[in-house]
Ligand binder design. Structure first.
Ligand code: XMP
Length: 508
């Protein structure tokens, strides 16, 4: 099946933190959904597009410089669904009035006034999630109210194929949010459920077969780069070579796992043990950004040498995912530049390789499904994300052998205890942090001045925001006891209770 031809829903992004989430929810029930900027060229909307969703936004539709879509979208005769700001955009553009009203935030009871179409088979009332300060005051001509709350007389409106809802169906707190999206996408837009990972794999492998010349893929053992390599291996076999650089800042035992996985599959892996070089480069460096830049630079050097030695390579394969390609309104903000994330995009341009990104249509949960289909082991698929610069961003101050040993060992204990307590899969990341701070302890009868290890366990959907995990005290106690008993040189263990924002997930 040619994925370029399948039915799709377009989500116009007005800057909502939930824009990607709307796409993901729709894809979950098998319809392909794409995110586009709010001001996309309406002429580029072809007949594969079966419906358009207008996202929320922190802006107010009546303000100067408010993000506004081309009103020509109303002439396309394609079903439209406005969510929150999108709903207000419809009201404002078609001649109604939106104004600042009483802030409504959180759960609200939604009373259904018309249980057909968008609310097909809904009985009376349901719970929805509100987050707005503006609301429709006067509706444009011809619109009818199809649901209301005690605060919003027009919580859901409709005229022909145009729908507006004041609440967020994409967040889980809206009890029947998925049913609302399904009613819109499947019944009102009549989009076919053609998006699944079987189709994706078949289509992608076919496309990749068209690649001429040799491909180099840098792998880390993480799911994205491994799945990229697996797809390419299926498509072009021996014309693929993978490069795995061990900077000595990996998780305990990780290098051996990566080597054995690639050996097991039969993919050619160039393994570079550059531990000593990285340690030398990082000596005396305490600034977090400087550490990242040094690591990025060393990666680029090794990459260049590899290309010279094993090349020529016409292509560079990267495990870029959809959210990295399509930035949503919020991720364009300064927050995304708080830390310079190193990746292979920072490679010297002199290498003049073309980039192939087989996962660029996918979300992480979709990559996990592909990984399973291609035979990756469950433990690897479920392994927490790990930053490219590795333990260097979890070691505060200079990176040295003692701190690397403590960080690795203590992190292993954190992971082991979460697995034992059946909590590992419920959290986004779980690791230990070590710096130069010391505190007094007692070892036998002796006073002992050891390092402080901080344990960081966070819950998150996408790493853009995160909350510290409320782990049971007995799990924290076990982690703390084991770290002080088993990891030499540690006297105290602390637990990090900062959320993101204002903190970040990694300490450096
Ligand atoms: P922060 O610390 O910015 O992290 O809240 C958000 C997510 O990104 C990961 N992270 C990185 N990943 N290179 C990466 O490949 C990096 O330099 C990097 N820094 C942070 C982090 O583990 C978390 O999941």
């Amino acid at each position: 099946m040619d994925l370029k031809e399948i039915d799709k829903i377009i989500v116009l992004d007005f800057g909502s933190q939930y824009a990607h989430l709307i796409c993901r929810r729709i894809r979950e029930f098998g319809v392909y959904a794409e995110l586009h900027p709010y001001n996309m060229d309406v002429k580029s909307i072809d007949d594969t597009v079966k419906g358009i969703i207008l996202s929320g936004s922190p802006a107010s539709v009546y303000e100067e410089n408010a993000p506004l879509a081309d009103p020509a979208i109303f002439d396309l005769n394609i079903p439209l669904l406005g969510i929150c700001y999108g709903h207000q955009f419809i009201v404002h553009t078609l001649g109604g009035k939106v104004k600042r009203s009483r802030r409504e935030y959180g759960r609200a009871e939604l009373f259904i006034d018309d249980n057909t179409n968008l609310f097909k088979n809904f009985n009376g009332r349901t719970i929805c999630w509100m987050s707005h300060a503006d609301a429709a005051e006067i509706l444009p001509d011809g619109f009818e109210i199809i649901a209301h709350t005690s605060n919003s007389f027009a919580a859901a409106i409709r005229k022909d194929k145009i729908y507006g809802i004041q609440f967020h169906p994409e967040v889980i707190h809206t009890e029947r949010g998925t049913d609302i999206l399904k009613n819109f996408v499947l019944d009102i837009c009549k989009a076919k459920q053609e998006w699944n990972m079987e189709n994706f794999v078949e289509y992608t492998i076919n496309e990749l077969r068209g690649i001429d010349g040799n491909v180099l893929c840098a792998v880390s053992g993480g799911i994205d780069s491994t799945v990229t390599a697996l797809l390419l291996n299926n498509a072009i076999g021996k014309r693929l070579k993978c490069l795995f650089v061990n900077h000595g800042l990996l998780r305990e035992g990780e290098e051996n796992e990566v080597i054995s996985i690639f050996k097991g599959i039969g993919i050619d892996l160039i393994y570079i043990d550059a531990k000593d070089q990285f340690m030398k480069d990082l000596k005396g460096i305490t600034d977090p950004e400087e550490k990242r830049l040094i690591i990025g630079r060393e990666f680029a050097n090794i990459f260049e040498e590899t290309v010279k030695k094993y090349g020529p390579f016409k292509w560079l394969a990267q495990g870029t995912l959809y959210p990295d390609v399509i930035e949503s309104g919020v991720s364009k903000g300064p927050a995304s530049r708080i830390k310079s994330h190193h990746n292979v995009a920072g490679l010297p341009s002199t290498l003049s390789m073309q980039v192939v990104e087989p996962l660029k249509m996918l979300y992480k949960d979709e990559v996990r499904k592909v990984a399973k289909m291609l035979g990756m082991k469950e433990e690897m698929i479920k392994r927490h994300p790990f930053p490219g610069p590795g333990l260097a961003v979890r070691i505060i101050g200079e990176v040295n052998e003692e701190k690397v040993r403590i960080c690795k060992h203590a992190s292993k204990i954190v992971e082991e205890e979460l697995i034992k307590a059946n909590l590992y899969d419920n959290v986004w990341q779980a690791f230990a942090i070590v710096g130069d701070d010391k505190a007094v302890g007692v070892l036998g009868d002796e006073r002992y001045y050891g390092r402080i290890v901080s344990v960081r366990v966070v819950e998150s959907m996408d790493a853009m925001t995160a909350d510290w995990s409320r782990l049971p005290y007995d799990v924290l106690t076990k982690i703390s006891n084991r770290i002080t008993n088993e990891v030499e040189g540690v006297s105290w263990v602390t637990y990090v209770i900062s959320s993101k924002p204002p903190a970040t997930i990694e300490p450096q």
